[in-house]
Design a protein around this ligand. Structure first.
Ligand code: FMN
Length: 662
């Protein structure tokens, strides 16, 4: 890997437990949902092998099942010792590429993301989980010692299979964090009482791992840096824990994470609504509390220059990257080669979290349609057997993804875009709060498409005749979708354009100029993330904003961490939410009077200073061009919203697949 002078600190080798790291970049533990049967799968191996091939010096797996009680979980079952072949293949695939492989040790304890309680939950004390209200069974001292022994035995097995080490997850509100925190640990025996007692389970575990696996086995520790809970572990308490657990220098590195399994879960995967590198303020302080043990900085470090700066300033010794290496496993290799312009950057949108937690599918990424594929790393589309003339209609994310991939395969590609601006709806999303990272998707696509020789015809809505005149072999239709007007809106009013859909309203919002008196009402039958970003933009303009939804709450189609942030911002900005209600249109609306009617009991709430009424509703595909083109004998492939209106993940995935198959 060629080193660049700019990132000298990032590409300086390091040593942990006598093992060489070729640079300072570690892949932070990410749950992949790639081992549903509890066995090592090819997808699991490929994912980590790709991060190694992309240049990371170390990769930490998701939590492995290191204890018997984790038998039913979709984690690789290490404790059974019957998965040695898979574990060895994983270790070989990673370690042979000069990348150290660590297995993560974790138990969720009382934590649960799903509805219902966990009857099997174990914990420090019988105190409820903040999200699921699961009350765990408090572990006895004998059980604690037995768990530690089981983990040490499993870690030794990992070592025998070729792993370089383990990382103990004692943050994020999981079991060991629950022991560390006075908020959840109310014990008065040797594993509770004060800081020393609460930290004892982790200290004993570290000692047991060292005794079982020796000095040449990396033992890392992920600790809470700030869990955001009153009576929990803030930066000061994290310093106390850090000092205690490093005082005999038995661990090889420490990293700190935010959040807990509570209303602060959103701090666990800090998103684009907050600052970059949000953990750095506490990380910088905590580095002095670790008795000289190396510190790994992590948390929304997305850019090589940011990472290099942290190291160069001596704020940490290692950089952990979770989501950025999901988005682009070749991030290290590209940074080393001075190709930062070629990195597909993490948007901090947490779509990856949504995939595993909400959709229950293996990890996926808006900006990386090839996660875990054998050709994922530094992906270069394979040349097409027979170059064709390809017309892409629509320059949004789906169309642009199809266009660059098709052009890079050697097809003759022309892109028609109705707007002068590339990006479609994503361009609009970029203008709204928390949207600035979105442009990196279409910026990458645009550069890649131009580099591959694609032509752009922008600023004009192409007709079927325009397209037929360009004599395409294939048309990729990426013409988006339109929100379906709600039933309560009379067709005549809708035709007059008095009540714009949310996209039209947002396009106009800049025209409103300074703050407007009165109330903006947003009818929400959408429940996706962009709707609430639009609500925030409205709040910046209008005196009041009211979201009205026929459901019993908002943001139900958004996964938990993003949803927590949405609920918090709506509350902080005093954006009012009226649930189980719909507007009732009447002539009074022209005079600023709008009735909101409860869908069950008909009770009416009146808004008497209506300044704007807009709606976000399910969308129907804008695919009218498909029929005439097909009638003209042209092959048409629909992608993105023009195929099935969904979130950005589907736009890039379907566009990518189309570009790859024409
Ligand atoms: C989809 C997803 C899965 C994660 N799974 C784990 C996990 O299994 N264990 C863990 O310690 N952290 C996990 N994390 C947290 C990351 O390791 C990391 O602390 C966090 O994402 C912040 O770093 P980043 O901004 O580089 O992604 C996960 C994060 C995401 C987004």
């Amino acid at each position: 890997m060629r080193e660049t002078a700019e990132f000298a600190a990032l590409f300086t080798p390091f040593t942990l437990a006598g093992k060489r790291l070729r640079n300072r970049i570690a892949h932070a533990s990410m749950s992949l949902l790639a081992t549903p049967e509890g066995r090592v799968t090819e997808r699991f191996i490929q994912y980590h092998a790709n991060r190694a091939a992309g240049g990371a010096a170390m990769t930490v797996t998701e939590p492995l099942a290191m204890m018997r009680h984790q038998a039913g979980q979709p984690r690789v079952q290490v404790w059974r010792r019957d998965e040695a072949d898979g574990l060895k293949r994983l270790a070989e695939a990673v370690e042979s590429q000069d990348c150290r492989l660590l297995g993560q040790v974790q138990d969720a304890g009382r934590g649960r993301h799903f509805p219902g309680r966990n009857p099997e939950a174990i914990g420090a004390s019988a105190q409820p989980d903040d999200l699921s209200w699961t009350v765990p069974r408090a572990l006895s001292v004998t059980e604690i010692r037995d768990l530690i022994e089981q983990i040490a035995g499993s870690a030794l097995h990992l070592k025998e299979c070729g792993f370089s080490g383990v990382e103990i997850s004692a943050g994020h509100g999981h079991l060991f964090h629950q022991f560390l925190s006075p908020w959840s640990n109310r014990r008065d025996d040797e594993y509770g009482g004060g800081w020393e007692g609460r930290a004892r389970i982790v200290a004993d575990l570290v000692a047991a791992l060292r005794a079982a696996c020796g000095a040449d086995f990396i033992v890392g520790l992920k600790l809470p840096g700030d869990d955001g809970l009153r009576g929990g572990i803030g930066p000061e308490e994290a310093g106390i824990v850090g000092e205690l657990l490093t005082r005999n220098r038995n661990v090889d590195y420490v990293c700190f994470a935010g959040g807990a399994h509570a209303r602060t879960l959103e701090m666990h995967t800090p998103d684009r609504h907050g600052p970059p590198m949000p953990y750095m303020p506490f990380i910088k302080e905590l580095r002095h509390r670790l008795n000289g043990v190396p510190l790994m900085a992590l948390g929304r470090i997305t850019d090589p220059a940011e990472a290099d700066g942290i190291l160069a300033r001596g704020e940490a010794s290692l950089i952990g990257l979770g989501r950025p290496l999901v988005a682009d496993p070749a991030w290290p290799r590209k940074a080393a080669a001075g190709r930062t312009w070629d990195i597909r950057y993490c948007l901090s949108c947490n779509t990856c979290w949504g995939a595993i937690i909400m959709m229950h599918v293996p990890i996926a990424c808006v900006n990386n349609p090839r996660v875990s594929r054998p050709d994922e790393v530094d992906f270069a589309p394979a040349p097409a057997d027979a170059p064709k003339r390809v017309v892409v209609v629509g320059a949004g994310l789906a169309g642009m993804e199809a266009a660059w991939v098709a052009a890079a395969r050697g097809h003759d590609v022309t892109i028609f875009g109705a707007s002068e601006a590339i990006g479609g709806k994503a361009w609009l999303r970029e203008q709204l709060p928390g949207g600035e990272t979105v442009s990196s998707i279409y910026d990458y696509q645009t550069v890649a498409a131009r580099r591959a020789g694609a032509r752009f015809v922008l600023g004009r809505r192409a007709t079927a005749d325009d397209i037929i005149a360009s004599r395409p072999d294939v048309v990729i239709l990426a013409t988006g979708s339109t929100m379906i007007p709600p039933d309560w809106l009379p067709a005549a009013i809708q035709a007059e354009g008095w009540v714009p859909d949310l996209r039209a309203a947002m396009a106009d919002v800049a025209r409103f100029g300074s703050r407007q008196p009165g109330t903006a009402v947003l009818f929400d039958a959408d429940h996706t993330e962009g709707t609430y970003a639009a609500a925030e933009a409205l709040r910046a303009r209008f005196e009041h904003v009211v979201i009205v939804t026929p459901r019993d709450t908002i943001a139900t189609d958004v996964q938990m961490v993003t949803r927590q942030g949405i609920l918090r911002r709506m509350a902080e900005q005093r954006i009012e939410v009226v649930t189980l209600a719909e507007p009732r249109w009447s002539d009074d609306c022209a005079d600023g009077r709008l009735e909101l009617v409860n869908v069950y009991n008909g009770d009416v709430r009146v808004i008497d200073d209506l300044a704007l009424l807009t709606y976000a509703t399910p969308r129907r595909p804008d695919d009218a061009l498909a029929a005439p083109l097909r009638a003209a004998g042209i092959t048409v492939i629909t992608v993105g919203d023009a195929r099935a209106p969904q979130e950005m993940l589907f736009a890039t995935a379907s566009g990518h697949a189309a570009g790859d198959c024409v």
